[in-house]
Design a binder for this molecule. Structure first.
Ligand code: GLV
Ligand code: MN
Ligand code: MN
Ligand code: MN
Length: 419
């Protein structure tokens, strides 16, 4: 049940858990020897194992765990005798991209747990509840939609459409949810869950070089670059690699190769644009088989959402031309779109003050905080990544920076909890 500060032996006693120690418990989960790093798909076994780890760590701190109908985990530090309203919330995600690093997501969750320890050791007696939150399938690596959990929670995604999303094996989200004990008929905007929360702070490893350049361990976020995901499907004629003359082919992989270059060239032509093909799937996929179809996924980002739409228009035109040259067809569909987010100035500048003047920087990466920002005052804290590399096993945070991040998060939460 709910436990207030100072209630029961064990709370607030001893040293705070170290972020590094908390993360060490996750090292074996989803380790991917083939790709390197970690592969922890949303609503999959590895993510479920990490959710269970989080629930245990939260319970060990006397927090009350609940899982809402969209699969979001909440761990509550309640105000004694108080209700769950006007809460401060913090957290991140525990799923990963294929072959991802150790910090993207888990750093924010481990730091939230460590921050609770810091606040208890400080003897803090909050006047409002604190919720630690873990969002499922933030990366959208399994079902294609980025920030799937926070989009469902806030209603930014049609629940019936979401239920029918399929992973690479053809399993629907509804089926994956059923395996994890959730009913897809209950997906969708959860007003009651949202109404409890007054503000949200997500701590995240930085995914670029901003804090390296500023020579700072910790910073606050100003904005998230608008981004989206699209799928191009090329269809041609599947055939035999040995018997089909070169002149007789309709090879969709040749058309797709043209599209990969067109994506790069389209982004190069637009200042500040970024566009990537990181995943491409020939069907059926055999060395001696001319593909019958190719799926290719595009990630495109730009600060101006209209420019992103124009960028996609020119990519689509180039893809159609590449398809036509091969007597193939190209079809474009949208998987998810996330407009540029500017975090509210009031909350961020208040936290800059509470943290003693840390730098404020923009990020090119997407986060659940970006989805939450449309609902409630939201801020982000970034921890320096000395490699500047992310979505890769080389993503990193130095131990002392990770601990500094947890202290900064505790400072930020303390500032918010006492008012
Ligand atoms: C998530 O990390 C994204 O920015 O794609
Ligand atoms: Mn992340
Ligand atoms: Mn990520
Ligand atoms: Mn992300």
């Amino acid at each position: 049940g709910p436990a207030g500060p100072g209630r029961g032996a064990g709370f607030g006693a001893g040293a705070p858990a170290s972020v590094v120690g908390l993360l060490a418990a996750l090292e074996g989960v989803g380790a991917d020897p083939r790709r390197g790093g970690y592969t922890r798909p949303g609503f999959g076994r590895e993510e479920a194992t990490l959710h269970e780890w989080f629930a245990q760590e939260a319970r060990a701190r006397g927090l009350d765990i609940e899982r809402d109908r969209n699969g979001v985990l909440w761990a509550w530090w309640d105000v004694p005798g108080g209700s769950r309203s006007n809460a401060v919330a913090t957290g991140s995600h525990l799923d990963s991209v294929p072959g991802g690093g150790q910090y993207d997501g888990p750093l924010g969750v481990a730091s939230a747990l460590a921050a609770v320890d810091h606040l208890r050791l400080r003897g803090l007696s909050p006047s409002r509840p604190l919720a630690l939150v873990v969002f499922p399938e933030e990366e959208g690596s399994r079902f294609g939609v980025a920030c799937l959990g926070s989009r469902l929670l806030t209603g930014r995604l049609d629940p019936a459409e979401a239920a029918g999303l399929r992973d690479a094996s053809g399993l629907t989200l509804a089926e994956a949810l059923a395996e994890s004990g959730l009913d897809a008929r209950h997906l969708g905007r959860d007003q009651a869950a949202l109404d409890r929360v007054a503000c949200f702070v997500e701590l995240h490893v930085e995914q670029g070089r901003g804090l390296i350049d500023r020579d700072a361990a910790v910073g606050l976020g100003s904005s998230i670059l608008g981004h989206g995901r699209w799928k191009l499907r090329f269809t041609g004629q599947g055939n035999h690699a040995g018997t089909t003359l070169m002149a007789d082919r309709r090879d969709p992989l040749v058309a797709a190769a043209g599209a990969v270059l067109a994506v790069r060239d389209a982004a190069l032509a637009v200042p500040e644009a970024r566009a990537t093909v990181g995943r491409l799937q020939p069907l059926p996929g055999g060395t001696n088989v001319i593909a019958s179809a190719v799926d290719l996924w595009i990630d495109a980002r730009h600060p101006d959402d209209e420019v992103t739409a124009e960028l996609l228009g020119s990519i689509h035109a180039a893809a159609r031309a590449a398809a036509e040259a091969e007597s193939c067809e190209a079809e474009l569909s949208t998987e998810s779109v996330s407009p540029t987010v500017h975090f509210g100035h009031a909350l961020t500048s208040r936290l800059v003050g509470a943290l003693g003047g840390v730098p404020v920087l923009a990020t090119g990466a997407g986060h659940d905080a970006g989805v939450l920002a449309a609902e409630i005052p939201t801020a982000m804290l970034f921890v320096r990544n000395p490699t500047g590399i992310s979505h890769s096993p080389e993503e990193y945070a130095a131990d002392e920076d990770a601990e500094a991040g947890a202290v900064a998060l505790a400072d930020a939460l303390q500032e918010l909890l006492l008012v």
